[in-house]
Design a protein around this ligand. Structure first.
Ligand code: NIG
Ligand code: FE
Length: 422
């Protein structure tokens, strides 16, 4: 069998040991296959063989191209399952206000925060949104992300939300990174609905959700985007979150939720009840809700860049989630307010220290498990025959340098769908 690309002689080829499309849960998290002097063979954008260099060379025919990975580690491409990548405007001044003592929620209540990004984003055309997001996506790719979820949520009216959605679909088509879109019309209450949250919820349900269905068809998407809600004090309460997510589920949207970032409103339990694909943030999650996540399919997505970005000391209780049996994933939450971080390797470094997880656990949480948080776990996030050939050459001698080192970029080469793209 002739192949397109053979990556050989790697110090380690490292991947999650699980191949049924399901995440690694609880105590299982971090089970790896580590192949020394490893090789990966690729044909037609897919992985066709993984093993020692000698074994793979015996198994496959000559390769059109070979890459010598001596002294390097090969991993799956990283999957970032929670970002707010498409935005306009600038919030550096807010960062200074927070350093001076203002809280994120005080700034939000005063009409700043998300709403200030909304003012700028509403004025932009689709092309301007794409141009603003592209360099961010470029830097994510350079840091090893080959799949990135992108939310709307800075439009907050039907037209502006649809422009954000379209921008993410264009980015998916024009850029090597695989972009998975999410509709987050319920990210904040826009200024014109201040004090009238219930009316805004009805707008989301009766106008925006059907418009997103229509737009998805028009854009030729093979499935609906995710629908997400910011369930939080000052944003949407539990009943309003339920109203939106139930309506979305009725229309066939897969679900996500921002839960327990600042106040424990019960969003994680709602996610479990509604069969959401993921519940994200999970900083102040109540013990009963941790237990619920432990018994559910819903993936628990932790975003340690956010408390770090806000200078807060509380992080996701990852060990309690794992003790309960939950499937833990990690994401950047890249956004202009709380966490402008484009690097999953930096997220891994934070997670090892503040979530107290090992590099092996952090690696699975940013590959297989984060793919599962996007319903992509059967096709990406693992190095095994049949999976998409999304993989990285890392300039480190041992995979545990992920997490251990931070502040420099370990990624030497990025392959997406079998093509060298970075
Ligand atoms: O995930 N929590 C809500 N949304 C973002 C922040 C967005 C913003 O401040 O612009 C988050 O942290
Ligand atoms: Fe977020």
């Amino acid at each position: 069998m002739e192949i397109d690309l053979l990556i050989h002689s790697a110090a380690q080829v490292v991947s999650a040991r699980r191949r049924d499309g399901a995440p690694q849960r609880g105590a299982q998290l971090g089970e790896l296959t580590i192949i020394r002097d490893g090789a990966v063979a690729i044909r037609g954008g897919q992985i066709v063989a993984v093993g020692t260099t000698a074994a793979v060379r015996r198994q496959v025919g000559p390769a059109e191209r070979e890459i010598d990975a001596t002294g390097r580690v090969v991993t799956p491409g990283f999957v970032d399952p929670h970002t707010h990548l498409v935005w306009m405007g600038d919030r550096a001044a807010e960062f200074e206000q927070r350093i001076a003592g203002a809280s994120y929620q005080e700034i939000m209540a005063a009409g700043g925060g998300i709403i200030s990004t909304v003012r700028a984003t509403r004025q932009a055309t689709v092309a301007e949104l794409v141009d603003a997001a592209r360099p961010r996506l470029e830097r994510m790719l350079a840091h090893g992300s080959t799949t990135v979820e992108v939310k709307t949520g800075y439009g907050l009216n039907t037209d502006a939300e649809l422009r954000q959605l379209e921008a993410s679909v264009i980015l998916d088509r024009e850029h090597p990174v695989r972009v998975v879109p999410t509709f987050l019309g319920a990210h904040a209450i826009p200024a014109e609905y201040r004090g009238h949250t219930a009316a805004y919820v009805e707008l989301v349900v009766t106008e925006m959700l059907p418009a997103v269905v229509e737009k998805s068809r028009e854009l030729g998407l093979d499935s609906l985007p995710f629908c997400d809600v910011f369930c939080e004090e000052g944003a949407f309460d539990l009943a309003q979150s339920r109203r939106i997510l139930e309506a979305a589920r009725e229309l066939g949207f897969p679900l996500k939720i921002h839960a327990d970032e600042f106040q424990p409103l019960g969003g994680a339990r709602l996610a479990v009840e509604l069969g959401a694909v993921s519940a994200d943030h999970l900083v102040v999650t109540a013990p009963a809700d941790i237990a619920a996540l432990g018994a559910a399919e819903t993936v628990a997505v932790s975003l340690p860049s956010t408390p770090f970005g806000l200078g807060q000391s509380a992080y996701t209780p990852a060990r309690a989630l794992l003790a309960a049996g939950a499937a833990l994933a990690l994401a950047t939450d890249c956004n202009p307010g709380t966490a402008w971080n484009e690097s999953l390797p930096f997220v891994m470094a934070l997670a090892c220290r503040y979530l107290k997880i090992t590099p092996a656990q952090a690696l699975v949480a940013t590959t297989l498990n984060s793919a599962c948080a996007l319903n992509w776990g059967a096709r990406i996030g693992v190095l095994a025959p049949g999976y998409a050939a999304d993989l990285l050459l890392l300039d480190i001698p041992d995979y545990r340098h992920l997490g251990y080192r931070f502040g420099t970029n370990p990624v030497a080469l990025v392959v997406k769908d079998g093509q060298v793209v970075g």
